[in-house]
Design a protein around this ligand. Sequence first.
Ligand code: 13P
Length: 286
Amino acid sequence: MLVNATAMLQSAERNHYGIAAFNTNNLEWTRSILTAAEETQSPVIIQCTSGAAKWQTSFQVVSDIVHTMVKTMGITVPVALHLDHGTYEDCFKCIDAGFTSIMYDGSKEPDFATNLARTKELVKIAHNKGLSIEAEVGGIGDGGAAGEIADPNECVAIAEAGVDFLACGIGNIHGLYPEDWAGLNFDVLADIKAKVGSLPLVLHGGTGIPADQVAKAISMGVAKINVNTDLQVAFAKAVREYVEAGLDQQGKGYDPRKMLKPGAEAIVARATEIINQYGSAGRGWE
Ligand code: 13P
């Protein structure tokens, strides 16, 4: 069933487990993520960037796929459909398209005052329509470049704006981590958590963070962990092995359903491992 992400993340925060927010890229991704969530009886967040929405033509198509698949696959666990790193304008598009949750990423706005003012406005609009909302303080690094460390006082201001969960930069980076990555900054995480109380925190850049650091972050109040690259790597490896084994040249091995099957199955397997690692398996409707 499609729900907003507030209750599931509050439960995760209270009970010290994490919920994976997997990025979807296409129909295969959505189906594989839903399969893993249902098989493990875990709540799940399916999220989409504007780039992945463009690939699928629009946020509307992403929303239609998720809503319809949840029905036709008979999914029984709670599923939130969330916008990932949305601009102010993206948020309105996703609200109209039937998303159940949005992220307004104001960390790229020219100043914090703009981030705060727009967050406040979007909180009101999202809550009026029953959606949950995430906002961000301190940019998450990209392409191996170190991210910003969030200012705990800015986190308090955004928390007080009424967001349901908060992404704060603590040294995390999107994509694969460089060899010399310094790791998560747990001192800042502890400081932020002490200041924002029971508000669930979000860890972006979940791919490649050592399991002990993820477990520690969860124990300190991280409830939502974003994972994108990890499933892309699993998909690419499985499809590459299929092609390199020449299987696309045998019989009707070129049929896209045959070619993409190993990739789709690899996503199910990897998403299942991640759900089990974060501890949300069996937590369907807590
Ligand atoms: P990764 O691609 O590093 O897993 O990050 C995903 C993410 O944080 C999406 O917002």
